[in-house]
Design a protein around this ligand. Sequence first.
Ligand code: TTP
Ligand code: MG
Length: 348
Amino acid sequence: MDKIILHVDMDAFFASVEQLDNPHLKGKPVIVGGVSERGVVSTCSYEARKFGVKSAMPVFMAQRLCPKGYFVRVRYHRYKEISNKIFAIFREVTQLVEPLSIDEAYLDVTNSRFTSGMEAAIYIKNRVFKEIGLTLSIGISYNKFLAKLASDWNKPNGIKVIEKDMIPEILLPLSISKIYGLGKKSVQRLNNMGIYIIEDLYPLNKEFFLEYLGKNGLDIYERIRGIDNRIVEVNRDRKSYGRETTLKFDTHEIEELEPYIQGFCKELTVTLIRQNIYIKTITIKYKTIAFENHTRSRTLNTYTNNYEIIYKTAMDILQEEELENYIRLIGVTLSSIREENVQQLTLF
Ligand code: TTP
Ligand code: MG
């Protein structure tokens, strides 16, 4: 089955936060940056983009292009605070969130509760708008390269799906500068050979790519054909992976809890396997209807990412609990993480 990857990117992020916090700036050209004349523009609202103002432009130039603009100072802490809230929503949608920057992430929703990428995207957009008051753009496809391309398609406040049967039509007319992994120098070199759009690259064979683009060459050859096998990598600094839920009906019957444990262990092991991560400690967490929290852990002798072992251990822990009170919430957390690096794996 193809993966479902989302690329999510906030619209005019710093400027939108300024408009959110200062409603009189709504609908106005807002330019966020260093306030001194020597400063540069971090970003600007879409109203200011009409005047030609852009990220990284010197502020004095922005002042010339847009003299009636509202120039405001960067408030990084505030943007980070909002970013954390947005990422918390992403992580409720899927465990597989790869942050790319303060306002941008890849989400792998293949095994999430959503039946389609579109459904997940609409859910995210609605929640971010309702709870935070900001808009974002989402690209949906079966790999990272195409998802990222798609999120740029209808900015701001857009959703765009790129399906398999839209390749190569969608890729052919694109500028080669849109190819992920192709640096500015390579673009320039190809331009010098008369190659400007992806269509110009199609007739060329693999040897050309290897010769002119070096070790990246084969990746680029595949990418322009819609192939990109990079996985969505969650933050490697994480200490644990967990899933929990409030039960539909309070219970103290192991049989009724088992399907939840099973589901969590399945989801979590899929994540472990994808990320090449092994764990040693399994924790069961539950909350009774009296709101007492309980956690019970077991540490194995060896690291594992095996579903059967993790599931069986989780059930053993649960079976040893004396569940007198009814339970309202149950969860499984996996910790004591070890990453297997790819080189090691290929050696074996
Ligand atoms: P971007 O997502 O590149 O830009 P954006 O969110 O402002 O606008 P868009 O709707 O096109 O996505 O960057 C996110 C934030 O990072 C941006 O709001 C400000 C900051 N930033 C800089 O400080 N300097 C820069 O050169 C760029 C590109 C971004
Ligand atoms: Mg953005």
